[in-house]
Write a protein that binds this ligand. Sequence first.
Ligand SMILES: [Fe+2]
Ligand SMILES: [Fe+2]
Length: 275
Amino acid sequence: MGKDQYLSEIDAAFGGWEAEDFTIRHKIRETRILIASDAHLPYVDRGLLAQMRRAIHRYNIRCVVWLGDLFDMHKFSSYGQTDYSLTWNKEKEIATNIIGRIAADLRENDGYQVISRGNHDYRWIKKLGDHEGMMGLVSSISPELGVLLSKGEIIVSDNPTLEGVPDANGKMTWLFTHPAQFKQPFGTPSQMALMEQMNVASGHAHHFGITRDPSNKFWSVETGGLFLDKSFEYVQRNPSTMRRMVSGFWVIPGLDEMPLGFTNFGDTSKGGDNE
Ligand SMILES: [Fe+2]
Ligand SMILES: [Fe+2]
């Protein structure tokens, strides 16, 4: 019996079924990208959102990547529900309005948004019995977001790790991720840059900064986030010596260009924008 015959008989035993391939990463084939992690809607820094809109126009951004934790899922979460002023309908209304506003900005550049999964988004998915992915989550927020999904103005990624910014040969030069764990400053993006041999931007830590990886070949970025930290009761009322959170976002203006950082406390790099 030939080798291929053995294998085809094995394949036949599966009757056409294939296990889901969780290694697949969405590839963003754009070179002008804005990275916005950890917005935690509706607990978002409104001034930073305004700066972000200005940057979308100034840098002709083609793709905004909400790199995890776009939704706080405050009212939906079984823990951490401490803000009694917010209703579930209000949370959905604000999310719809903000995403719709950014969609209108991006439309002028023929651009689109990518919403990738963070641990907070996944809280909701688990509440839905894990039968839904990010597509089900976003489309359940409002009919308006369903329309943006169907038009391709919103793309979702259930994989918290994505790639983007292709070089001339189509090879992706950046990895974007919302990791599951916290590490020492720049620990996650620097170690991932070495492993993956790519520039890395990572969210989740709510810290903001840029350095080079240990091989000095790649950028290592902590994305900060669009969150408003004074709204997090569990942060403000449980004093600790953990690093202070710093919110902000990043613009990747082109292939092989240094990312530009924007924060809510002024210039931190040549990309600072206090207008
Ligand atoms: Fe977060
Ligand atoms: Fe997170």
